[in-house]
Design a protein around this ligand. Structure first.
Ligand code: HAM
Length: 384
């Protein structure tokens, strides 16, 4: 089911959901004070808004388990560069109401299927598990102890992360941070409680059964605090520094944190611009219009205008006419440019005979059709 949420939300929604110490909340939100002195934010992502809407619209009681999808613009105040925009678009899914590891695998498989159907080749899926909130706290405490005294080996960002969001040190892109952490820490799956370990094993088993290619990256954390257990990211080497085309994970505590009952949930979002960048060929719009009306004279135009309107309102048939007073030859060129499958020509002769000349633009065949049979014939051709 599609869900459309507003592009602005109260800032507190994102602060509570994504986490105060995250890069998005600290540095990347477009936040304003509105006329009512309320702090509002252009949504940097949609998961928080979807959960808010799920609760506010009582889907939690009406539907329980739901599968939702969305598409739309997101906003992050980042320094623009290739693959990093201040306004970009995501297509995402959120499945709310289940803890089942099969769901994680299904969500990852859906993301892979979507990329396959779009023709993206050579992407890599990395998965990891951060465990339940208790595991995350234990992980953070353990890491703090292990790294204590060695903070000077970390980059400036990680020195701040050490204080505020220590797990993010694990997926820092800085080479020296990576090396110093990897020498002393084997990754998060080693530190999970038995339940979370078995959940992660089940996710992997399901992915194997679905024949999804993935690698386990034991250091993948991701920059949003709401994640619990499974996290994943899909990257493509064509993209350079900003190589994530999509990402997601499980967020079993968010529904409860936003005031609802305890409900497991899992989802992903693909960045549309980055997905297009990962394609080998720029996508072409596959379909041209069905029918172009080429006319000469005012009366002829009126006939075409009325038939085009009838075809459009009956549905399924895209029609176009000339709005610029072009010559017949120029109108035929427009029909070609718009990829019209057929052109209907109405000149003086057709007007007198109450016919239209229908031209198949691929075969160049032409035939005359009585005006009163025209709509039915076009529907026969296009609406099978
Ligand atoms: P995210 O990793 O922050 O996750 O964003 C998902 C994707 O959005 C990224 O992998 C990237 O392709 C794209 N993206 C992010 N920032 C930019 C930008 N500045 N310019 C262009 N593309 C960008 C989320 O947003 C989570 N809500 C995903 C999720 C859904 N987790 C659970 N459910």
């Amino acid at each position: 089911m599609e869900i459309r949420t507003p592009v602005i939300e109260e800032s507190s929604l994102f602060v509570r959901s994504l986490g105060e110490g995250t890069d998005i909340v600290e540095k990347q939100m477009f936040t304003f004070i509105d006329r009512g002195e309320r702090s509002i934010t252009l949504r940097p992502e949609a998961t928080a808004s979807v959960v808010r809407a799920y609760l506010e619209n009582n889907l939690v009681n009406e539907m329980g388990f739901v599968k939702l999808f969305y598409m739309g613009p997101m906003f992050r105040a980042e320094r623009p560069q290739a693959g990093r925009m201040r306004q970009f678009h995501q297509i995402g899914v959120e499945a709310i109401g289940s803890q089942s590891p099969h769901l994680d695998a299904e969500v990852i498989a859906l993301m892979a299927g979507l990329l396959d159907s779009l023709g993206v080749i050579g992407y890599n899926i990395k998965i990891n598990s951060l465990g339940c909130p208790k595991d995350k706290i234990a992980l953070a405490d353990g890491l703090r102890k292990t790294l204590s005294g060695g903070q000077d080996r970390l980059c400036d960002d990680c020195k701040v992360r050490y204080e505020k969001n220590i797990l993010r040190i694990l997926d820092c892109k800085n080479e020296s941070c990576r090396n110093s952490v990897r020498m002393i820490f084997k990754g998060t799956p080693e530190c999970l409680c038995p339940d979370c370990k078995s959940h992660f094993d089940s996710v992997r088993r399901s992915l194997d059964e679905l024949k999804i290619n993935y690698t386990v990256d034991p250091y993948l954390v991701r920059g949003l605090d709401y994640y619990t257990k499974t996290t994943f990211e899909v990257t493509h080497k064509k993209l350079g520094a900003q190589d994530a085309i999509g990402a997601g994970g499980r967020y079993d505590n968010l529904v409860e944190e936003l005031g609802g009952p305890a409900r497991g949930a899992c989802g992903f979002a693909l960045g549309m611009e980055r997905t297009v960048m990962a394609l080998d060929e720029t996508p072409v719009i596959p379909e041209g219009i069905c029918l172009y009306f080429a006319t000469m004279g005012e009366e002829e135009y009126r006939v075409a205008f009325n038939i085009a309107n009838e075809l459009r309102t009956r549905g399924g048939i895209s029609c176009e006419l000339d709005y610029e007073g072009k010559s017949l030859k120029a109108q035929m060129r427009s029909a070609d440019r718009l990829g019209a499958k057929y052109t209907a020509i109405i000149g003086e002769d057709e007007l007198k005979a109450h016919t239209l000349t229908l031209r198949n633009m691929a075969t160049k065949e032409q035939r005359a059709l009585p005006e009163h049979e025209f709509v039915a014939e076009i529907e026969r051709i296009f609406v099978k």
